[in-house]
Design a binder for this molecule. Structure first.
Ligand code: GAP
Length: 454
């Protein structure tokens, strides 16, 4: 695999996201809140599309997976049994001069990277956010904001088994917010204190775990490729024995080549029977599975592909970012896969003249029934195309004065700049085919090639 960094640096991307309404600093009018971000009108669509594509691939299209939406606050014993109260910590050091805090395992030397000051001895710092349930703020009412969605699936193993009558192997999938009081933050949405995870807990018979682990590593890698991420920007990294989490027998990260370098986008772990055994011990409930074949109760092993919505969004944006020249003018564009693009189609009347408005509005009203569609009649057509390119809209539909006569409109494709003219009555079906990947020059009855592109 060649090392071809994405064309974008982080500063440019943060600026585009801010300027076009993808992502804003949280509570910006108060100066922001460290490592918390708000997804704006386009960002929320991008995130919804990522989650929808994931759900479709891992739940909707499979017989062996069901969904769950567990609560963020869970019984505090969950985090005792899972090992998080004891072990979910980073080693923290503080600079004695500037008082900045660092993770000692991420430092190269023994001095403060900012001011060269002396550092304190490392202290373990638990990453879970604590809060209180009910009106009394005492030790007995401490609860945690979950640092992973996974535990909700382990503690519901029996509920799901009994209500769905699933047989092994089967999985539970969940999307939701998680919270970690990270010591080192930064790199935009890469490391946040509040983020979203898309996790699968896949329960298998012991002995088949290696085969399922390999299956999920490949499956998940292919999913990112199916969303248009370039293969050369993806890499698998196996965890060494020393870095394996306390519950893991084997773990691979799917790394992406972010602007700051290779970093984890998803982790896939073989958790063995750790979680069900520990929760059974702690709760006193037998979390096992009756195997009809062997007529025995067994404790399934768990394969866990755990992805981050925010890190996937960042990778998709980095991978899609491009700058080129179109019609003699430079433009910024996002080559987002149509399934991920926040807006699928933009309706652009050629001019603001009133005669074009009713037909343009009619086309807009029809298409917005099916996809996130936008309507833009402000400024020159060239500037409006650039605006759509910059947010990754795959298709623009132009309504012009001829449209009033021939009842045809022009579809312009973002990446190739090619244009075709199609009857309005075939517009929806034509766009559907193009959004599904059909070549732009495959024309419906009565359609015409209008412009060959760049
Ligand atoms: N249940 C296993 C688990 O949580 P993890 O490797 O700690 O494993 C899984 O997290 C994924 O969650 C990561 O690959 C990443 O995509 C996302 N993630 C973890 N911490 C994050 C953070 N602070 N900000 C954004 N995403 C994060």
């Amino acid at each position: 695999m060649t090392e071809s960094r994405p064309a974008v640096d982080m500063e440019k991307l943060v600026s585009l996201c801010r300027r076009r309404g993808f992502i804003f600093p949280s509570s910006e009018i108060y100066g922001g809140l460290s490592s918390c971000w708000d997804y704006g009108p386009l960002g929320v669509e991008l995130k919804r599309n990522i989650k929808q594509a994931w759900w479709r691939a891992v739940v909707q299209q499979r017989d062996d997976m069901v969904g769950l939406d567990a609560s963020i606050l869970m019984h505090p014993q969950v985090w005792q049994a899972s090992g998080h109260v004891e072990g979910f910590s980073d080693p923290l050091v503080e600079c004695k001069s500037c008082h900045k805090r660092w993770r000692s395992d991420e430092l190269e030397g023994d001095k403060c990277p900012d001011c060269g000051g002396e550092l304190t001895e490392p202290k373990l710092f638990n990453l879970m956010f604590k809060t209180f349930i009910g009106p009394v703020e005492d030790e007995a009412s401490v609860v945690y904001l979950r640092p992973e969605t996974a535990q909700g699936m382990f503690v519901n193993f029996e509920n799901v088994l009994n209500t769905t009558r699933k047989r092994l192997p089967f999985g539970i999938a969940q999307i939701g917010k998680s919270f970690r009081n990270e010591v080192t933050t930064g790199n935009f949405i890469f490391r946040c204190r509040e983020f979203e995870q898309m996790e699968i807990e896949f329960f298998v018979k012991p002995g088949t775990d290696k085969q399922w682990f390999d299956y999920w590593v490949e499956e998940r890698l292919n999913w990112y490729v199916s969303l248009g991420i370039k293969k050369e920007n993806l890499k698998l990294r196996e965890h060494t024995k020393e870095e394996l989490a306390h519950y893991a027998r084997e773990c691979y990260d799917i790394n992406y080549l972010y602007p700051m370098g290779w970093a984890e986008m998803e982790g896939i772990a073989n958790r063995g029977d750790f979680d069900l055994v520990e929760h059974a011990k702690s709760s006193g409930k037998g979390l096992s599975y009756y195997d009809e074949e062997s007529k025995e109760h067994i404790v399934p092993y768990i394969i866990e592909p755990s992805a981050g919505v925010d890190r996937t969004a960042l990778a998709l944006l980095c991978d899609a970012y491009d700058e080129d020249v179109a019609d003699g003018e430079s433009r910024v564009l996002l080559h987002l896969h149509p399934s991920i693009a926040p807006i699928k189609v933009a309706i652009l009347p050629l001019s603001r003249k009133e005669t074009l408005t009713p037909l343009s509005q009619e086309v807009y009203a029809e298409l917005r029934q099916h996809w996130m569609t936008s309507f833009d009649e402000a400024q020159s057509i060239g500037r409006r195309y650039r605006r759509q390119d910059e947010i990754g809209t795959p298709f623009c539909v132009t309504v012009d004065f001829e449209s009033l006569e021939d009842k045809q409109v022009t579809i312009r494709e973002r990446d190739s700049l090619r244009q075709i003219r199609v009857p309005i009555e075939s517009l929806k079906a034509t766009l559907q085919a193009k959004l599904d990947g059909e070549d732009l020059f495959v024309l419906p009855d009565g359609g015409k090639i209008w412009k060959e592109g760049k």
